[in-house]
Design a protein around this ligand. Sequence first.
Ligand code: HEM
Length: 118
Amino acid sequence: MSTLYDKLGGQPAIEQIVDELHKRIATDSILNHFFAGTDMAKQRNHLVAFLSEIFEGPKQYGGRPMDKTHAGMNLQQQHFDEIAKLLSESMAVRGESPEDTKAALERVTNFKGAILNK
Ligand code: HEM
């Protein structure tokens, strides 16, 4: 049976989705200030690896756990919702189906408790 990673189109698809997401974050006034000091090239690789892994692709994320990564940011529900919205848009642009997009959002939402209020 194919995994969500395969259904989405594998590594090239995840890379394109993350690039679309980063384009949107850059012009989003709710989110972009959080990334002011971030090396976005590194961030791209980390996020591609992280998403690939949670979508059941090859295990490849070697970065910090989500609670440590977002420590001190005091992220709130509205920030999470905004990223989730931009991620959905990025998946739609890439031509992903509503079902696969929903499944992906569910996987990401599993980490909400580790990301918010840190
Ligand atoms: C929606 C679910 C989210 C996921 C799956 C996620 C995932 C990640 C990952 C994998 C990293 C890289 C970790 C590392 O460098 O070791 C990261 C870093 C980061 N995330 Fe998130 N994140 C999420 C939500 C958010 C939100 C809502 C914000 C703020 C608006 C945010 C802001 C950041 C920032 C600023 C960094 C870079 C930290 C640095 O420069 O060291 N994240 N995130």
